[in-house]
Write a protein that binds this ligand. Structure first.
Ligand code: AHM
Ligand code: MG
Length: 337
């Protein structure tokens, strides 16, 4: 009979040598935040939470109440524990310092509290994305330089998917593991150990309503994905939810690629490097996949701005390499931006 393993047990049993409890407990904190957000998300249609909060976030988008709630919960669970020295969130313009009088720890948390916000009001899956770094400069920890690190430096990354069930999927660099929330018990239970991208891939995910804004090479790549250019593309089906976590989770389970290319007038695409692309790139590599901006490994991009965006291709290695093959032939749209 298979064993029942809670996320707490699993984290404890798999903690890296350097973990010293601080890192392990930080992962518990994230799991706790995920449970609180899942609870609220499940009740979203029942309580007066839908609709807009009225404020506009720094991306120029209208924040919705659940985004604000999720952002606040993660902050409040993590600010006073002594494990973090600084945080950064999609919803906040600046880095988030640890407030006085709390002690600063040695880790950095970057997060997108509720991604796929356009799907909240229509009861479609949404997600939380997170990444954990070690601080760079212990003496002066808690500054912007601790946050602006390439994703290759991550020590943990993952996401929470609020879908037909709630799942937490994470890696600490030793494989990717998925846990499903039992809402009765309030526990995340190990359901998907050592997740790997299967071959052959099943799906490609791209918002083809932007087709006219892509370069001819990206258009050609899109046709290749659809099997329309007569060459040797695997036979795949199209799926696009418009929630990064849900699209990537499905592709992780079934194999495939998610693309958000550069566009005319949007040379960096839409996806944010620090708290969306970076953590997911770190995770997908642990599942045997690869993520690229079309020209280089996302893990190697040195961030210069908290909210910078990047073209994004993520999924089965061969499909992402094929994207790089097409992008290589295009004029670099970011060069004059
Ligand atoms: P958000 O951070 O405002 O929620 O936007 C990010 C989302 C991703 O989840 C998704 O992949 C993408 O935006 C969809 O964008 P589009 O509607 O342009 O296809
Ligand atoms: Mg987002």
């Amino acid at each position: 009979m298979s064993k029942i393993i809670t996320i707490e047990r699993f984290i404890l049993d798999h903690q890296p040598d350097y973990a010293r409890g601080e890192f392990t407990n930080l992962l518990y904190d994230i799991a706790l935040a995920a449970k609180v957000i899942a609870h609220k998300t499940n009740r979203a249609g029942l309580v007066d939470i839908l609709g807009r909060a009225g404020a506009v976030n720094i991306q120029g988008e209208i924040q919705q109440k659940l985004d604000v709630f999720a952002d606040d919960i993660i902050f409040r669970i993590c600010d006073h524990t002594g494990r973090l020295c600084v945080m950064a969130s999609e919803e906040r313009e600046e880095i988030i310092p640890i407030p006085e009088p709390y002690k600063k720890g040695s880790y950095v948390l970057v997060y997108d509290p509720l991604d796929g916000s356009s799907n909240i009001d229509v009861n479609v899956s949404i997600g939380t994305i997170f990444g954990v770094y070690r601080c760079k400069n212990w003496e002066n920890r808690g500054r912007l330089e601790d946050v602006l690190q390439p994703a290759r430096n991550l020590v943990a990354a993952g996401y929470v998917l609020y879908g037909s069930s709630t799942m937490l999927v994470y890696t600490t660099g030793q494989g990717v593991h998925g846990f499903t929330l039992d809402p009765e018990l309030g526990e995340f239970l190990l359901s998907h150990e050592n997740m790997r991208l299967p071959e052959p891939p099943g799906y490609y995910s791209v918002n083809s309503s932007y087709y006219e804004s892509w370069s001819p090479q990206i258009q050609q790549y899109a046709r290749w994905l659809q099997g329309l250019d007569g060459s040797n593309a695997p036979k795949m089906s199209a799926r696009y939810i418009g929630s990064l976590v849900a699209d990537i989770h499905r592709n992780l389970m079934r194999g495939g690629i998610f693309c958000y290319p550069a566009e005319r007038g949007k040379p960096h695409g839409k996806i944010r490097l620090l708290y969306e692309a970076g953590p997911l790139a770190f995770m997908i590599e642990q599942a045997g996949g690869y993520a690229s901006d079309g020209r280089r490994n996302v893990l190697d991009i040195e961030p210069t701005d908290l909210h910078q965006r990047t073209p994004f291709y993520i999924g089965n290695r061969s499909l992402v390499h094929k994207a790089e093959y097409y992008v290589e032939q295009e004029i670099d749209l970011t060069r004059d931006a």
